[in-house]
Design a protein around this ligand. Structure first.
Ligand code: PCA
Length: 215
């Protein structure tokens, strides 16, 4: 049995729920094919510990593909991230009260890593199912970008494809706010992620882009 590891984050910034974890935990155990299974793991929203937890999940599951996910407040679509940068610059404190400003993710590491997922093929597949999706050129500079960078750093040069997806708020998280920010129902997030993962898995390894314009 081969494994695709999906990670989601615990809630942060006073939220009680994080849609990234709610969505990926519903995909835990789902088979993509007869011999490929999704395993879901949760990461803490903390600069000091998220990387260690990610490394433990990689060592435990030895996945063939890894997609980390997180909440992207204000996003309206399933956002396939293209690039992780070697910079922490937190707008708010993390769940341990740490707020790194202008620090390296990995001192001496490359300025950035590209995702090794086929971002445009994933966007096209999710849109074909009627679910909003886009390619995003920045994962920000908070814990999500840190985890994305550490993931790409850990798997650089390996055959294991990896990348990051930001998901929108759930409707119940934004209800009553004026103006109401964008959101997406949990069922659509789960199905969108499942289709994105499947598209990534089924796209040949030497193709990271389909080349077409998607936005
Ligand atoms: N989103 C945050 C960190 C955890 C999460 O779900 C981010 O975009 O950095």
């Amino acid at each position: 049995m081969r494994t695709v590891l999906l990670t989601g984050f615990e809630p942060f910034d006073h939220d009680l729920i994080n849609p990234s974890w709610e969505a990926v935990r519903l995909l835990d155990g789902v088979q993509l094919d007869t011999d490929v299974r999704i395993v879901a793991g949760q990461l803490p929203c903390a600069f000091a510990t998220a990387g260690e937890c990610l490394a433990e999940l990689l060592a435990e599951h030895r996945p063939q593909m890894v997609i980390a996910t997180g909440l992207g407040p204000g996003r309206s679509d399933i956002s396939i991230e293209r690039v992780a940068i070697n910079l922490n610059d937190a707008r708010i404190p993390d769940n341990r009260g740490e707020q790194p400003i202008d620090t390296d993710v990995v001192p001496g590491g490359p300025a950035a890593y590209f995702s090794t997922l086929p971002a445009k093929a994933m966007v096209k597949a999710v849109r074909e199912a009627g679910i909003g999706a886009c390619v995003s050129q920045t994962a920000g500079t908070f814990v999500c970008n840190q985890v994305f960078y550490l993931l790409q750093h850990a798997l650089a040069g390996s055959a294991v494809r990896s990348g990051f997806i930001h998901v929108p708020w759930l409707p119940e998280q934004v209800a009553g706010r004026l103006p109401e920010p964008p959101s997406m129902a949990l069922a659509a997030q789960v199905e969108g992620l499942r289709i994105a993962v499947l598209a990534a898995w089924n796209t040949p390894v030497d193709i990271t882009e389909t080349g077409g314009q998607v936005s």
